[in-house]
Design a protein around this ligand. Structure first.
Ligand code: ACO
Length: 400
């Protein structure tokens, strides 16, 4: 076989893979066309198929990896039009997926499980936070109601009367688990595949490390024709590891964080991150929140949410901007502050200058005030480097 012929038997694994989150028939029917996602692809398959992320030996390859939307029980099916005879060069897809700890129930068992899960599956662990979104459902003039859903939160202020809208409340719930949570070890073995498929350099965590904590986000949906039934669907999760922090606390590190593609870009990552942060703030034994090797998109999410938190923190902002500026409010005070910024800085560093003015001076100017940073970094449990970055961003925003 020449090189060109051999190439015809190779498939880019990220495209061949089709993941889907399967709901019970009755629950599928109540989804809008936009919500009823057909399937989505992994971002990375090199942990399963090697550096080149290629599967060799098949034509028209499709690897369907289906998850029951709540319990995440899995089924996979490999389809192809032609396959080369078995040889060391031909990838054995089944055994590679088994190495990745993907389980293999048959399709009938899988579909039965999906129907069962629909009412039987309930999240494991302790509920720590919830939020809801009202999604709008535009009605066609003929009254049909299966068009133009919008998963994004609808704002009653900006609603236009046409087309007529029906709205539905969708809830989201966040749960905290540890290895001690009954049934969680087994559940975690089913979710961890998402780490390989979506986080660059991601790997399975060690089950023998007892300290791991897990925060899991679910969509909670009311059945259209039996409103007393609520069903749960996995949206994303994060793994956290506590490191000892002298003398008697821990530093909690976000190790892995993933929101599944059908739910991305809708604010769920921010909601999950905020819930983790609130958990850290409310836990006296945790000194600060850190992040392991964050991807660029995650750094972005963290910066946006941390900045929003700081800007909404009245006491912090009062001290950061200076008392007089907050109390007088508005534009003129900001201008006054900038005009005197350089002067204040000089007077602070060389010790010259009126006492009264120094008292009212804000902190959002270089060089940063070490005592101010130490106090608020500690109170807000934000890691040193991140807090320094945030202050720099606030300084830039303020100068603007
Ligand atoms: N409607 C439209 N857009 C919105 C809405 C909304 N209601 N709410 C937020 N957005 C926008 C945000 O403004 C943001 O826009 P930007 O990208 O232009 O800044 C964007 O959506 C993303 O914010 P969120 O929706 O809050 O975040 P998301 O749920 O998409 O999660 C994440 C982000 C976690 C990075 C996700 O994309 C993901 O899981 N990626 C794959 C795995 C990954 O990279 N994980 C992080 C690895 S690092 C680590 O694990 C420590």
């Amino acid at each position: 076989m020449d090189a060109q012929e051999a190439e015809e038997w190779a498939t880019y694994a990220n495209e061949a893979f089709a993941l889907s989150l399967v709901r019970a028939k009755e629950d599928e029917e109540s989804l809008s066309p936009e919500e009823a996602f057909d399937g989505f692809h992994p971002t990375f398959t090199y942990p399963i198929f090697g550096e080149e992320q290629r599967v060799y030996g098949y034509k028209d390859l499709l690897i369907e990896l289906k998850f029951s939307s709540g319990s995440l029980r899995q089924y996979f099916n490999v389809k192809y039009s032609e396959r080369l005879p078995p040889s060391p060069a031909v990838d054995d897809i089944e055994s590679k997926l088994l190495e990745a700890k993907v389980l293999l129930p048959d399709e009938d068992a899988f579909l039965k499980q999906v129907e069962l899960d629909s009412t039987a599956f309930k999240p494991l662990g302790t509920k720590m936070h919830s939020y809801s979104r009202r999604v709008s459902h535009a009605l066609r003039p003929d009254g049909a109601s299966d068009v133009s859903w919008d998963r994004k939160p609808s704002s009653s202020m900006s609603k236009t009367p046409e087309p007529e809208e029906e709205t539905e409340l969708v809830e989201y719930e966040i749960f905290h688990c540890t290895w001690k949570t009954p049934g969680f070890r087994e559940y975690h073995r089913r979710i961890q595949i998402f780490i390989l498929l979506y986080i660059e350099g991601g790997s399975f965590i060690k089950e023998e490390e007892e300290e791991w904590e897990f925060i899991i986000l679910y969509e909670k949906r009311q059945r259209k024709h039996s409103p007393e039934v609520w069903t749960y669907h996995f949206v994303g999760y994060s793994t956290l590891f506590p490191f000892y922090c002298y003398p008697e606390k821990v530093r909690l590190r976000i190790s892995q964080f993933v929101i599944l593609p059908p739910y991305q870009q809708e604010g769920h990552g921010s909601a999950l991150y905020s819930a983790i942060y609130q958990y850290v703030l409310a836990s006296p034994h945790i000194a600060e929140l850190t992040v392991e090797d964050p991807a660029e998109a995650f750094e972005d999410l963290r910066d946006r949410n941390d900045l929003k938190m700081l800007l909404n923190h009245q006491e912090f902002m009062r001290e950061a901007l200076g008392e007089s500026h907050v109390s007088t409010g508005g534009g003129p005070a900001r201008h006054q502050r900038h005009r005197h910024g350089a002067e204040s800085l000089t007077s602070r560093t060389n010790g010259v200058g009126g006492k009264k003015k120094k008292k009212n001076e804000g902190k959002l100017m270089p060089p940063t005030d070490k005592a101010f940073i130490a106090k608020w970094k500690g109170n807000l449990k934000i890691a040193q480097r991140q807090f320094q970055r945030l202050i720099e961003m606030l300084i830039l925003k303020h100068i603007d």
